[in-house]
Design a protein around this ligand. Structure first.
Ligand code: ADP
Ligand code: ASP
Ligand code: MG
Length: 419
């Protein structure tokens, strides 16, 4: 078998490539044609190609708004039925555009692609990927174009995988089809040291380890959905995050990460969470278990948790949840409040979180102190702190988040390439 040029200029034997295109990459007919041209070229280079698409542009947001216009709290089943329509449109249009290039292609919904999920509407988890129809299409010489972000539940209902879930579809298919690489095409040229929209001099990272990428995705670096990174890490799927506008080399996400490890690889931020505080609960075994057990039963994703030291036998517990889950989390907490002896349950939606992530902090003491000093110099008050071995996160006022990100990026000299 001859060696052929891959689209990024390197060479390899014929192989299967999964290419995922986000909303901006297929936002209008011109963009769809540009993507079709790229897919067709990859195919002509001799690769088998499975494409995963998101809904065009801001379609998903528009559909959510439409739903809210007709119903204050739409049910999960109908919401998923509605939202999955977005990806159906883009997959069909992209297929037509690829066929216009003279390359055979066929589109598949998540269900047709064999993506089986649990029954949790709005944030379903993939249980199994069958993929036989995709294998058949590939064997017939077709490009398989799959609708991202969707699956079919064990109860045979259409489900969605959570916002940004097309990344997860792409990685799951890459794992099951044993793709050589899963290329994530987006509107930036890779994973940067901070969101380039907030820090214009942020630098593109040539490579990031799964471990660091997972922490970045978990703390607001939305260029990759968290579950897609978890999936890639568990199944050893190599990711290449790159631009569908310039097609240049982007960021490789793999087990090893960069050749040279900086202390800090990136600064992330997240303003999509809210904080709930349950006050004056008795400082006794079992209280936290009941509270967080009830939240888990309601599928609320709790993120940071802080319990104060007790005074007079009672304590306050604060925790953060996605703002989308705030109403459900408040309902559960308020209902349980009297039972666990809480004095009050309050919430605060004006919080934000800023985090620094870097495997280098394992071997460099004093990183936390440096972060707190920068925030203090900026007059930013820290409300909660949480850490992992390679991450430090601070909850601050939402209005302070961008200033904090810029200051931290400058403090750790992330705009400068490693010497
Ligand atoms: P897509 O629709 O292609 O999935 P997303 O909007 O989900 O695109 O993700 C790309 C966006 O992620 C970028 O436009 C950028 O603003 C944002 N982003 C946040 N943090 C980072 C980061 N560290 N590196 C790159 N992009 C980031
Ligand atoms: N269209 C979905 C969203 O906007 C899924 C995705 O784009 O990955 O969240
Ligand atoms: Mg995305």
């Amino acid at each position: 078998m001859t060696s052929t040029a891959v689209t990024d200029g390197s060479t390899s034997a014929l192989s299967l490539v999964v290419q995922k295109f986000g909303g901006t990459s297929v936002a209008d007919p011109d963009r769809i044609r540009a993507v079709a041209d790229h897919v067709a070229r990859t195919r002509r280079d001799g690769h088998d190609v499975v494409v995963v698409v998101s809904a065009m542009g801001k379609t998903t947001d528009e559909l959510i708004r439409l739903a809210q216009d007709v119903c204050p709290e739409p049910g999960g089943r109908e919401m998923d039925m509605l939202l999955t329509a977005g990806e159906r449109i883009s997959m069909a249009l992209l297929c037509m555009a690829i066929e216009t290039e003279g390359v055979p292609a066929a589109s598949f919904t998540g269900s047709q692609a064999g993506i089986v999920t649990d029954t949790v509407h709005g944030k379903a988890r993939i249980l199994e990927v069958r993929g036989d129809r995709l294998r058949e299409a590939i064997a017939n010489g077709q490009v398989a174009v799959v609708a991202g972000f969707q699956g079919v539940s064990t109860e045979r209902d259409v489900t969605t995988l959570g916002r940004g879930g097309s990344d997860t579809t792409a990685v799951a298919l890459a794992a099951v089809l044993k793709a050589e690489v899963c290329e994530i095409y987006t509107d930036v040229a890779g994973v940067y040291t901070a969101d380039p929209r907030v820090v214009p001099n942020a630098r593109r990272l040539p490579a990031v380890s799964f471990e660091e990428m997972q922490e970045m995705a978990a703390t607001g670096g939305r260029v990759l959905a968290l579950r897609s990174v978890e999936f890639a890490r568990n199944h050893g799927v190599v990711l290449h995050v790159r631009s569908s506008f310039t097609w240049e080399q982007g960021t490789w996400v793999n087990e090893e990460g960069p050749m040279e490890q900086a202390i800090i690889s990136g600064v992330t931020h997240d303003t999509s969470e809210a904080k709930i505080t349950v006050t004056h609960v008795p400082d006794q075994p079992g209280i936290a278990a009941r509270l967080f057990g009830a939240l888990a039963d309601d599928e609320v994703n709790v993120d940071m948790i802080v319990q104060n030291t007790s005074t007079g036998g009672t304590t306050d517990i604060s925790f953060t949840v996605p703002r989308a889950d705030l109403a459900a989390a408040m309902r559960v907490s308020e209902a349980l409040g009297p039972e666990i002896g809480a004095e009050s349950v309050t919430h605060d939606a004006e919080i934000g979180r800023v985090s620094i992530v870097g495997a280098g902090m394992k071997t460099n003491p004093g990183v936390a102190a440096r972060m707190f000093r920068v925030l203090s110099t900026e007059g930013v008050n820290i409300e909660m702190i949480s850490t992992s071995s390679i991450r430090i996160s601070c909850v601050v006022r939402a209005r302070d988040v961008e200033r904090a990100v810029k200051a931290l990026h400058a403090e750790f000299e992330l705009d400068k390439p490693l010497a």
